[in-house]
Structure formats: C-alpha cells, structure tokens
Ligand binder design. Sequence first.
Ligand code: ADP
Ligand code: MG
Length: 264
Amino acid sequence: MRSTHAVTLASSAFTTAEPVATARARGASGPRTVLSCEALRKTYRMGEVDVRALDGVDLFLRSGELLVLLGVSGSGKSTLLNILGGLDVPTSGRVFFGQTELTLADEEELTQYRRRHVGFVFQFYNLIPSLTARENVELVTDLVDDPLEADDALALVGLGDRLDHFPAQLSGGEQQRVAIARAIAKRPGVLLCDEPTGALDFRTGILVLDVIERVNRELGATTVLITHNAPIAEMADRVVTLADGRVQSEHVVAARARPSDLRW
Ligand code: ADP
Ligand code: MG
C-alpha cells in the first residue's frame, strides 16, 4: 500500500498560488505533482568564464513515479537534482514542492524540507565507519517524527541479517543498500538518487536498482534516479534526457522493466 505524504514544510508560511507548470501537469484528475521547476537556470562563475550548468529547465514529478534522469557527464543532472533536493539554489527560475515555493524559502525552511521530505542516495555511500548499519540508519530516524524502525528499513533493502555489521564488514553493494535504508527510513516523499550504481559492478548494481525499484513501489516515494547508462532508463515510468543543461527529450515508458531484466 502506498503511504501519503503531507506536502507542507514544518512552518510553511510562504505558500504561494499553484505554479502554472504544476497545474498544467496535474490536469483535471491526474496524479498530484510533488515537485516541479520552471525556467531553472544555474550558472557557475569560474574565474573569467560562466559555466551554464542549467539553461532553462522545466520539469515536474508526479506522485509515486520513478523518473530516470539521463544524460552524458556534464549535462547538468547533479546540479538539477541538488536544486530539487534543496542542497543548492538556482541562479534564476522557480522550484515548487507541492504548492510551496522552495525558491522563496530561507535556509531554515530549506533545512526542514531536506530533513523531513527528501532522501538522498549518492554514488559514494557516506556511511560513518565507526557506526554499525543499524546505527547509521538510526542517525536519521532520530531526526524525524514518524520514521521506519531502522531494523525494518534495513530489512526492506535485504540487510535484515547485517544489522550489526560495520561498513568495513560490508561489500560495496551492501553499503549502498545501507545508504538507501538510511534515505528511506524517514519515509521521504521524494527519493533522489545520483548515480547510485556508479561505483558498483554490473551484478551488484542490479541488486541496488532492484532495491530502489522496490522502495519506490512499496513506500510510494516519488523517485528520481540519475544515470548516464541508457539501458537503466527501461526501469522508469518516465525518462527525461538532459543535454547541455536543457531537457533534450522526454518519454513515458509503457511498462517498466524489472532491474533483473536489464543488460548493459
Ligand atoms: P552531470 O551530473 O550531468 O555530470 P553536473 O550537474 O555535475 O553534470 O555539471 C554540469 C556542468 O556544471 C558541468 O560543466 C560542470 O563542470 C559544472 N559544474 C557543476 N558544479 C559546479 C560547481 N560547483 N562549480 C563550477 N562548475 C560546476
Ligand atoms: Mg553528476
């Protein structure tokens, strides 16, 4: 069963009217839009030159969908994900979480957004070496109101028998699954994964993708999965391809593939 997530920040006094892209995406009766952005631009100043990482991106995420964000290295994927997750702010454009405009949020409100609503999974697992798998997950469950039990989150990623292992006693794929358990233990509305299989061999990568697919299906977390690996896109509900900081193409996948059926 899919859980529902309140689309409000802790102290959201800065709600605005529904953004145009959200209303357009929602249609009359379609699924709710969880996250959206309009005309997003991000420019990095590097000495004398401006690097345009994002150059006018419009995107929306529907409740519960698994969206693969595809693109070659340098196309702007991580920049987009970091802005959607409240880790970074755009140079211009607007970002909405439900009807709350994140681009109007102050630092404290963005922190609340990240803490309560967003689970991050990165290429490198960022586990604390001196804590067990369970303790790494408990760091997060201590921060939010209605978390999954750490043991349950670890069972969900297939590590119910590794609770007391330290990161050094786990394989790369197992460490990434601990990182996923940590990301989902807060029951995030949004799960953002940036090249989660980038450091893993093929077979291990498939296991990790399988866990992400299961989490998306069973917890209903709206999921963005970044990859430069085109075959992975077949496990998505929808695929958006970025090139040079712009959306190059977008397509809906008729029937999403099981990760175990993927080949690359
Ligand atoms: P991707 O994740 O698709 O590989 P990124 O979003 O990391 O792409 O980067 C997009 C572009 O922005 C690249 O040209 C990159 O060099 C540049 N860029 C990203 N982050 C920074 C930064 N913090 N400072 C300067 N340039 C950056
Ligand atoms: Mg990247």
